[in-house]
Ligand binder design. Structure first.
Ligand SMILES: [Ca+2]
Length: 113
């Protein structure tokens, strides 16, 4: 189940939900924040998003998409996403982007096992 690049998400979700519980699942999703953030600033900037988006397996993410992600997520308008803003964004995003975020989930779970 935890093989590298192995199981697809549809198979994994029920197992993870059961293992982590709803709250744990949310926490794992928000862990994507750590992956994407600028380590010095402690927030996600357009720059750090661009730099790290390949970690999500979304190499084809267009600059426009990154921009709109930032714009949509930036609730207080400071031009960066803090952890709370990121978590909120994750749950507002369209299902296909949600799918991408699940890649972290798999990574997180691989580390756990
Ligand atoms: Ca912000």
């Amino acid at each position: 189940m935890s093989k590298k690049g192995g199981a697809n998400f549809q198979d994994l979700l029920p197992v993870m939900a059961e293992k982590l519980g709803g709250e744990g699942l949310i926490k794992e999703l928000c862990n994507g924040f750590e992956v994407l953030m600028d380590k010095e600033k402690g927030v996600i900037t357009l720059e750090s998003l661009r730099r790290n988006s390949w970690l999500l397996g979304v190499r084809d993410m267009a600059e426009e998409e990154l921009l709109s992600m930032m714009r949509e997520g930036d609730l207080d308008g400071d031009g960066a996403l803090n952890q709370m803003e990121f978590c909120v964004l994750m749950f507002r995003l369209s299902p296909d982007l949600m799918q991408h975020s699940l890649y972290w989930l798999q990574l997180a779970l691989e580390n756990e096992f």
